[in-house]
Design a protein around this ligand. Structure first.
Ligand SMILES: Cc1cc2nc3c(=O)[nH]c(=O)nc-3n(C[C@H](O)[C@H](O)[C@H](O)COP(=O)(O)O)c2cc1C
Length: 196
């Protein structure tokens, strides 16, 4: 083989190598696998790094939240994403461990007059938890946020949240970068029965 031919063969081999390397060799995960893995890997996170979550990340969480199902598409919730350092400070002053150090809180408020609004808020919240997990962000639901409005020092917080009189906080979700990796808590499968 002359030198030119050798060079041509090597060049052709390199091109074909580059081409095959760019092609996926591992089949993509199925949608079911991705959803299953995401649900099973989510944990309540109670230790956070101080880095703030970006507005773009929160916009994604909010989009997912409001695309949850709701009774009659009533969307009976009100949602307040709290990133203000001043308001977070005031919340922590009421209870230092309140947000477990997470830099962002999402307060979820239910319609006081609607019996189904709690369920609507639950579905909305689960979308936040699962999308956050998919984005490698930690979350924990904080039922005790419901007590904040009754605290004597909560006036500034409640004024900033600007909730309509029709709504009250049901819980909040702490959001931030995880600083722990807890084990899964046990689940009781005996509560589920199949009627066949
Ligand atoms: C409505 C609700 C309220 C909760 N309130 C709190 C809370 O105030 N503080 C807390 O640390 N965790 C709270 N959690 C988180 C639960 O403790 C947690 O989901 C449960 O132990 C299961 O653990 P996992 O989320 O890691 O699977 C709450 C969860 C829900 C759904």
């Amino acid at each position: 083989m002359n030198k030119q031919l050798v060079a041509l063969v090597i060049a052709a081999a390199m091109i074909s190598c580059t081409k095959s390397a760019a092609e996926p060799v591992i089949p993509p995960l199925s949608k079911a696998q991705l959803v299953y893995e995401n649900i099973m890997s989510r944990r309540s996170i109670r230790a956070y790094k101080p880095e703030q979550v970006s507005r773009a990340q929160l916009d994604t969480l909010v989009q997912c939240a409001i695309n949850a199902p709701s009774a009659g598409n009533g969307q009976s919730w009100q949602v307040r994403v709290i990133q203000s350092a001043e308001i977070m400070e005031k919340i922590r002053a009421i209870n230092p461990n309140f947000s477990y150090g997470a830099p962002t809180l999402i307060a979820i408020a239910k319609d006081k007059k609607s019996g189904i609004s709690s369920a609507d808020c639950g579905f909305l919240t689960q979308n936040i938890l699962l999308m956050a997990e998919a984005m490698d962000l930690g979350t924990v639901v904080l039922g005790n946020m419901g007590g904040i409005p009754n605290h004597p020092d909560a006036q500034d917080i409640m004024a900033a949240l600007d909730l309509p009189d029709t709504h009250e906080i049901i819980f909040a979700v702490a959001v931030g970068y995880k600083d722990e990796a807890p084990e899964a808590r046990p689940r009781d499968a005996s509560k589920v029965k199949f009627i066949e």
